[in-house]
Structures are given as structure tokens and as C-alpha cells.
Design a protein around this ligand. Structure first.
Ligand code: NAD
Length: 257
């Protein structure tokens, strides 16, 4: 896979899956734009590290994707976008009647609306370049539900619908749009759920991982950020030219249940 000369914007990429995907993009020769809402030395250091490791241009651009204007400005500031990977996401767990309104609004804004804004800003650039890939990182929770994750599941089902719509609007062009649906991946987002779950179930860490987190993942293994990066690279390959408007599950069999 050779992506030299292409620019990939990966939202929410100073940690976890986004960083893993950014690494695979850089390894394949793409110039990369890293993003998050912070502006720390270590964010910029990550960009230098990736650039040095793979001989590509890597920039870190701060944008708070809960805000429409910052999401659009991220793409404008990048100046070029051949590959857009909408990955930024947050989680909050509570029953519907107790779900804090500000958490609902933040999850819908970051996990769903930001992808609408970045895609709207990126499509004209892809059309100018004559090629484009939009890859939305949804979730197994874009295809199935679990209790207490109303906002997350609504947003992830929403981004699957957004992916299909963008695919239809670009179907006659050399642009594709798909959603990747990971099962559990051991990232900071998942790590942060472990202590509360241990308390809630009165279990140790390993038991929580096996019996709670991976309960619905038949492989009983986490998916890895490298596997997700590889899936995104496949969607950028010539073999995937006719793959558009669909979902690719990387979930150890979860959605086969
Ligand atoms: P993570 O917490 O490690 O990464 C989330 C990223 O989003 C971070 O870079 C964070 O800084 C960024 N982000 C959060 N709020 C932001 C904001 N307002 N503006 C800009 N960036 C913001 O989590 P992760 O597990 O790597 O999750 C990445 C994506 O993968 C999310 O969309 C998540 O829903 C999805 N996903 C994760 C799993 C999993 O098991 N880890 C499973 C399915 C889907």
C-alpha cells in the first residue's frame, strides 16, 4: 500500500485507535494531520516522532470537535484532505432517565456531528484532487445496542447512516465512504471504564475483562489499533474501490451473535 503524496486527517489521534491509524497511514507514506482538543508539547512531539519514523510530513492541529466551526476549520487549516478518518469519540454510561443533558449533547457533537462538519469541508478538496476516502470509526455499537449507553449508541448508529448517505452522494465519483465498526479495543477510553466496572461487579481486573468487556466478543480477544489501521489502509487500496456505503466489523464475531 503506497499512499505517498496523499494527506490523511485523523481526528482524535493523540491516543488510542486514532493514533494507531495515524501510525499505519504514516507507515504507508501518507502525510498525516493529527488532532485533538489539547495543545500540549507531547501532542506536537507525537507529530515529530511519526514524521521522523516514516519520512513523511506530520502536523498536529488543535481543534475541539464539539464545536462545528473548529471541526470545519481543522480541515481548512490542513489545506488538503485525501483521506478523512473521523475517529474522535467519548463515552458516558448512565440510564436514560439519569443521562446528563450536557453529556448527551457532547457525545452527539463529538461522535456524530463533527464527522458531518469535517466531511462537508473535505469533500470539495477530494473532488479537486480526483480521489478521496472518508472512513468513519463507528463501533459494534453502531449496529447493536447495550443498556446505559444511549448517546453513544445513537451517535454510532447515526454515523453509520451518515456514511451511507455520503456514499450515495459520491457514488459516481472516485470517492468512497464507509464505517469501520470495532468491538472492544484496549485503549484509554476502555481502560477508564475498568475501575468503575470492577467496583460495580465486585470483580478483579482480569475477570472484568473476560466476563464483562469481552462478554459479547466471541474471540475473547481485544481488537488492536494496528488491526484497525490495517483495515483503514485496505479501504484506501484499489481493491476497495467498489466498497462504499457499508460497514466493516472488526469485532471478533460480536455482531454475528
Ligand atoms: P481514546 O479516548 O483513546 O481516544 C479518543 C480520541 O478522541 C482522543 O485522541 C481524544 O483526545 C479525542 N477527543 C475527545 N474529545 C475530543 C474533542 N472534543 N475534540 C477533539 N478530539 C477529541 O479512545 P479510543 O478507544 O481510541 O476511541 C477512538 C474511537 O473509536 C472513538 O470514536 C470510539 O467510540 C471508537 N471505538 C472504540 C472502541 C474501543 O473499544 N476502544 C470500540 C469501538 C469504537
Amino acid at each position: 500500500m503506497e499512499l505517498r503524496g496523499k494527506t490523511a486527517i485523523v481526528t482524535g489521534s493523540n491516543s488510542g485507535i486514532g493514533l494507531g491509524i495515524a501510525r499505519e497511514m504514516a507507515r504507508a507514506g501518507a502525510d498525516v494531520v493529527l488532532n485533538s482538543f489539547t495543545d500540549r508539547d507531547e501532542d506536537h512531539a507525537l507529530a515529530s516522532e511519526l514524521a521522523d519514523a516514516h519520512g513523511v510530513n506530520v502536523r498536529y492541529i488543535k481543534a475541539d470537535l464539539s464545536k462545528a466551526d473548529e471541526a470545519r476549520a481543522l480541515v481548512e487549516q490542513a489545506g488538503r484532505c485525501d483521506i478523512l478518518i473521523n475517529n474522535a469519540g467519548i463515552q458516558h454510561v448512565a440510564p436514560v432517565e439519569k443521562f446528563p443533558i450536557e453529556k448527551w449533547d457532547a457525545i452527539i457533537a463529538i461522535n456524530l456531528s463533527s464527522a458531518f462538519h469535517t466531511t462537508a469541508a473535505a469533500l470539495p478538496m477530494m473532488r479537486d484532487a480526483g480521489w478521496g476516502r472518508v472512513i468513519n470509526i463507528a463501533s459494534a455499537h453502531g449496529l447493536t445496542a447495550s443498556p446505559y449507553k444511549a448517546a453513544y449508541i445513537a451517535a454510532k448508529h447515526g454515523i453509520v447512516g451518515l456514511s451511507k448517505t455520503v456514499a450515495l452522494e459520491t457514488a459516481r465519483e472516485p470517492i468512497t465512504c464507509n464505517a469501520v465498526c470495532p468491538g472492544y479495543v484496549l485503549t484509554p477510553l476502555v481502560e477508564s471504564q475498568i475501575p468503575d466496572t470492577m467496583k460495580e461487579y465486585g470483580m478483579g481486573r482480569d475477570e472484568v475483562i473476560e466476563k464483562v468487556l469481552l462478554d459479547r466478543q466471541p474471540s475473547k480477544e481485544f481488537a488492536t489499533v494496528e488491526q484497525l489501521g490495517g483495515t483503514c489502509l485496505f479501504l484506501c487500496s484499489d481493491a476497495a474501490t467498489q466498497i462504499t456505503g457499508t460497514t466493516i466489523s472488526v469485532d471478533g464475531g460480536w455482531t454475528a451473535l
